[in-house]
Design a protein around this ligand. Structure first.
Ligand SMILES: Cc1ncc(COP(=O)(O)O)c(C=O)c1O
Length: 382
């Protein structure tokens, strides 16, 4: 791994994570102020900000938005972050605030499984949707005349990676904006704005908050006009996080570097262990030197994520394997401190084999987790 903690000079990632977004110390005040539960704020006279009505602004969001912005775009001026009720709320905010009838957008055809629903809605509004696979930079073929390029890298669940810098240059040369779904990498794994993107968008439900108890999303962007439209969209749809969720998220970010470091290192070890198993095919982890994603990933990512994907010989074998695991919950989502895994084909939305397993590595002791996986594979052989 390259020097993951000191990507831009200045403090390391652990230091930045524990201090991200904290207000200046005030005597007798807590380090991280508690959630502000308010539908409205005292507002005599002309209705000017910062805090007027709870659908527009909230002091707990302000601190969280500052924290995410410091991690996504350290040291960059003019960058704004807005938090949302979920990752899909954030994704929809960018898509539907930036695109109009007659515009064209490029989406991945192998991205998160709710994207096809967004696609159908975009098309219903008269927006042309073109798709391309994530790997191989095939987006270049369909960029002409597009208003927005949407990238998800690494992709969920296939873990393909595309060259953000190359695609952003090509898109900008054609006048298109670029958004990167940074959910899987987290801002400690990849910083899309530094790679040339206009928006970093993510589900904070996953590794960013990491405890499987919060739904959250965010958009970080550097174009003031585009971000004003995203903000307006949040106000129109009311897709806002509750103060409690925002506060929990901020508290969780303090341990982001610890969790990412542990989970991603164990993911690498698990991938290495799975490589030795004859019943495992289609093993994918961008950190493996021989993974198809590794070359580009090593150029643009600072850490490779906590998700490992692989295929077992059949649906039955995968189901029995998941049932035999003792330390791993059979559950969807990823990024939490407790390992989860699922047979992804059960949802029907992804183009994956029946025995395809998406495995999210948690913060358990690596020896315990890998022993559990190998035992479950042995127990379900034959
Ligand atoms: C890559 C990616 N983007 C976006 C989302 C949507 O996030 P949320 O569930 O918080 O709406 C997910 C959810 O799994 C995801 O995996």
């Amino acid at each position: 791994m390259n020097d993951a903690t000191r990507g831009t000079g200045g403090p390391g990632d652990g230091t930045r994570a524990v201090r991200a977004g904290l207000p200046e110390p005030v005597k007798h005040e807590p380090t991280l102020p508690g959630p502000v539960f308010a539908a409205h704020f005292h507002l005599p006279g002309d209705p000017t900000g910062p805090y007027t009505y709870g659908r527009d602004e909230n002091p707990t969001w302000t601190l969280l938005e500052r924290a995410v912005g410091e991690l996504e775009a350290p040291g960059r001026d003019g960058v704004e972050t807005l938090v949302f009720a979920s990752g899909m709320a954030a994704i929809s905010a960018v898509l539907f605030s930036q695109l109009r009838a007659g515009d064209a957008v490029v989406l991945p055809d192998d991205g998160y499984q709710a994207l096809p629903l967004a696609r159908a809605q975009l098309e219903a509004y008269g927006i042309e949707v073109r798709t391309a696979p994530t790997g191989g930079d095939a987006q270049l073929e369909v960029l002409d005349g597009a208003k927005l390029l949407w990238i998800e890298t690494p992709s969920n669940p296939g873990l393909d990676v595309c060259d953000v810098r190359r695609l952003a240059e090509a898109a900008h040369a054609r006048g298109a904006l670029v958004a990167v779904d940074n959910t899987l990498a987290t801002p400690l794994g990849q910083r899309p704005l530094e790679l040339g993107a206009d928006f970093a968008v993510a589900s904070g439900t996953k590794q960013l908050t990491g405890h499987g108890d919060v739904l959250l999303g965010y958009v970080t962007g550097r174009d003031a006009e585009a971000m004003a439209a995203v903000r307006r969209w949040r106000k129109i749809t009311g897709a806002i996080p509750g103060p409690m969720e925002a506060w929990l998220a901020h508290r969780s970010i303090a341990t982001l570097q610890l969790r990412v470091e542990r989970q991603n290192a164990t993911a690498m070890r698990l991938a290495e262990a799975l490589r030795e198993r004859t019943e495992v095919t289609g093993l994918r982890y961008p950190g493996l030197p021989d993974d198809p994603s590794h070359k580009i990933a090593s150029q643009q990512m600072r850490r490779y994520g906590c998700v490992v994907s692989f295929t077992l010989p059949s649906r039955e074998r995968a189901d029995r394997f998941l049932e035999a695991l003792r330390l791993v919950d059979d559950a969807t989502s990823f990024g939490g401190v407790r390992s989860t895994a699922e047979r992804r084909g059960r949802w029907g939305g992804d183009a994956v084999p029946e025995g395809f397993v998406r495995f999210s590595v948690g913060a358990e002791d690596p020896e315990d987790l890998i022993a559990d996986v190998l035992r479950a594979l042995d127990a379900t052989a034959g």
